[in-house]
Ligand binder design. Structure first.
Ligand code: PSU
Length: 306
């Protein structure tokens, strides 16, 4: 086979060639994580935040069977409105490509493609994890096993309490994935600044995180790094309110028999409805915050690699 495997936009290709900072962005958040038009506004906004912080954004998706790194605005718009698009984790990519389909890439697929493209850092909202009740269902996100195999640094706001957070942290430990909280001792829980669990490590500056990335790579650790960046204080939701909303959504999913890859999108949409849009507003704020941190880390990382 002689076809090109991944297609970089001219801007991303030039930045990578010149060793300039690049931040990868996922697209399942556009296709399955947020409703239209908030998904499109957020995708555009997050790219602008990355640029304002001195890096080049590289939104990743599958478009008509092509693995694309860096999308045009028209492509963002069509993904944001597409119906029935696949939610692709790494294992789905080949089949979607063969039938020339389009897909939003999850954290696992985006890490894989960022790594192939030579991009070291990736910003998202929340990673998937070990679902509540996984001891019976075995529902553990492929994001966690990909973190155990692919050397991309992922900036997130922790994981949502739709998941079993202690088990997610245990699984990351088994996968040898460093979990570093930015500017806090606690592991954040997406909508709230603390999950009640401690993070393994705390680093306080983008420069320190970039240094840790370089050292982790020099030791041939072979895993990703998870950076947990708490939601800004002003945007955080009240823990009692959001925990109640999440529990109601989890119960409803259970009663309706929703499982596997439909579960996370169902819970996100339901939590948004039940919270009357408050969860979506918080989600947008934390993704922007993560994009800004990832760009600042990418700038420091590019400087260290020069
Ligand atoms: N969590 C969120 N928002 C999201 C996702 C997770 O708060 O949009 C998406 C991400 O793309 C993540 C995926 O990689 O869901 C995980 O899906 P699953 O739990 O089916 O592995």
């Amino acid at each position: 086979m002689t076809r090109e495997l991944i297609h970089l936009s001219d801007e991303v290709a030039a930045a990578l060639k010149e060793g300039r900072p690049v931040v990868a962005l996922e697209s399942t958040i556009i296709t399955h994580g947020m409703p239209y038009p908030a998904n499109l506004e957020t995708a555009r906004d997050v790219e602008a935040v990355v640029r304002d912080s001195g890096a080049v954004p590289a939104t990743i998706a599958v478009i008509d069977g092509e693995l694309r790194v860096g999308l045009t605005d028209a492509e963002l718009e069509s993904l944001a409105q597409a119906k029935g698009v696949v939610k692709a984790s790494g294992r789905d990519l080949a089949a979607v490509m063969v039938r020339k389909g389009s897909a939003g890439t999850t954290v696992s697929a985006t890490m894989r493609l960022a790594d192939l493209a030579g991009i070291s850092i990736f910003a998202t909202g929340g990673v998937g994890g070990v679902h509540r009740g996984a001891e019976a269902t075995f529902d553990i996100s492929a994001d966690l096993t990909e973190l155990g195999h692919t050397g991309t640094t992922v900036v997130c706001a922790g994981v949502k309490s739709i998941l079993d957070i202690p088990k997610t942290l245990e699984f990351l430990e088994t996968q040898r994935v460093p979990v570093i909280a930015y500017g806090t001792d606690d592991f954040p829980a997406f909508f709230t600044r603390s999950s009640g669990e401690k993070a393994d490590h705390r680093l306080d500056t983008p420069g320190e995180i970039a240094e840790a990335m370089v050292l982790h790579e020099e030791m041939a650790s072979g895993t990703g790094i998870l950076i947990a960046n708490p939601i800004p204080e002003a945007d955080a939701l009240d823990p009692a309110f959001i925990d109640g909303t999440i529990s109601a959504a989890v119960k409803e999913a259970d009663e309706k028999g929703i499982s596997r890859k439909e579960l996370t999108p169902f819970l996100l949409a339901r939590i948004n409805e039940l919270s009357q849009g408050r969860s979506l507003k918080a989600n947008i704020a934390l993704v922007r915050n993560n994009a800004a941190l990832a760009a600042r880390i990418a700038v420091e990382h590019a400087r260290l690699k020069k």
